[in-house]
Design a protein around this ligand. Structure first.
Ligand SMILES: *[C@@H]1O[C@H](CO)[C@@H](O)[C@H](O)[C@H]1NC(C)=O
Ligand SMILES: *[C@@H]1O[C@H](CO)[C@@H](O)[C@H](O)[C@H]1NC(C)=O
Ligand SMILES: *[C@@H]1O[C@H](CO)[C@@H](O)[C@H](O)[C@H]1NC(C)=O
Ligand SMILES: *[C@@H]1O[C@H](CO)[C@@H](O)[C@H](O)[C@H]1NC(C)=O
Length: 189
C-alpha cells in the first residue's frame, strides 16, 4: 500500500512533467495560417514627366548623379526615389471613384536588376473605411507577384498585421502603372 505521502509526490511529479511538456519545450506557433480578413484594392501611379503636372500623382524627388528629376535614371532606375499620393480604387479603372489614397515612397535600390523598395500607407476616410494600413517591403518587380508586409494599422485597421501580395496590373511606359493589392490580415482586432 502506498502512503499518502507517496501519492502526493506522484501527483507533484506528474504536475511538473505537465508544466515541462507544455511550456519548457520550444514555443510552437499555434496561430492559424488562415487570414482573418481579406481585402483587394488597386492603386494608380502617374509619374510626373515634365508635361503632366495636373495629372501626375507622383514625383521623382531623388536621382543619382547620372539622372534627373524628370525621367527615371538608367541602370534600372537605381538611386531614384519617388514620392506618391495615388488614388485607390475598388476595381482596375483609373476613373472609378477613389476610396482612399496610397501615400508614401518607393526607391529603386539595385543597379543590376529592376527592383524597388516600398514604404507607404493606405489612408481611408470614407463611410466604408476610416483609418490607415501601413505597408513596407522589398518589391522585386520582375516577379509577377510580390509579397510585402502589412506592418500595422490604425482606426478600422487598429493593430492589424499581415501580408499584401502586389501584382502589376497594367503600365504605360514609365509614366503610369497600376498595382493590384491583395491584402491578407493574419492579426485582426
Ligand atoms: C533627364 O535625363 C534624360 C536622359 O536620362 C534626358 O533625356 C532629359 O533631357 C533630362 N531632362 C532634363 C530636364 O535634364
Ligand atoms: C475625414 O472626413 C471627415 C468628413 O468629411 C472630415 O471632417 C475629417 O477632417 C476627415 N479626416 C481626415 C483625417 O482627413
Ligand atoms: C516570386 O514569385 C515566386 C513565384 O512566381 C514566389 O514563389 C516567390 O515567393 C516570389 N518572390 C518574392 C520575393 O515575392
Ligand atoms: C492621365 O494619365 C493617365 C495615365 O497615363 C492617362 O490614361 C490619362 O489619359 C491622363 N489624363 C489626362 C487628362 O491627361
Amino acid at each position: 500500500m502506498r502512503s499518502k505521502h507517496q501519492i502526493s509526490t506522484l501527483f507533484l511529479i506528474a504536475f511538473f512533467l505537465f508544466i515541462l511538456g507544455c511550456c519548457a519545450s520550444p514555443r510552437k506557433n499555434t496561430r492559424s495560417h488562415r487570414p482573418c480578413k481579406e481585402l483587394v484594392f488597386y492603386f494608380h501611379d502617374i509619374i510626373y514627366n515634365g508635361k503632366n503636372f495636373k495629372n501626375a500623382t507622383s514625383a521623382i524627388v531623388g536621382a543619382p548623379a547620372w539622372g534627373n528629376h524628370t525621367i527615371l535614371a538608367n541602370n534600372n532606375h537605381f538611386g531614384n526615389v519617388v514620392v506618391f499620393d495615388d488614388p485607390i480604387t475598388l476595381d482596375n479603372n483609373l476613373h472609378s471613384p477613389p476610396v482612399g489614397r496610397a501615400q508614401g515612397l518607393y526607391i529603386y535600390d539595385k543597379k543590376e536588376i529592376f527592383t524597388s523598395w516600398l514604404a507607404f500607407s493606405f489612408v481611408f476616410n470614407s463611410t466604408a473605411h476610416k483609418g490607415s494600413i501601413n505597408f513596407a517591403g522589398a518589391d522585386p518587380l520582375m516577379n509577377k507577384t510580390r509579397d510585402i508586409s502589412v506592418i500595422g494599422g490604425t482606426g478600422d485597421f487598429f493593430m492589424t498585421r499581415g501580408v499584401a501580395t502586389l501584382m502589376t496590373d497594367a503600365f504605360e511606359g514609365e509614366v503610369y502603372f497600376r498595382l493590384r493589392v491583395d491584402i491578407k490580415f493574419y492579426e485582426c482586432w
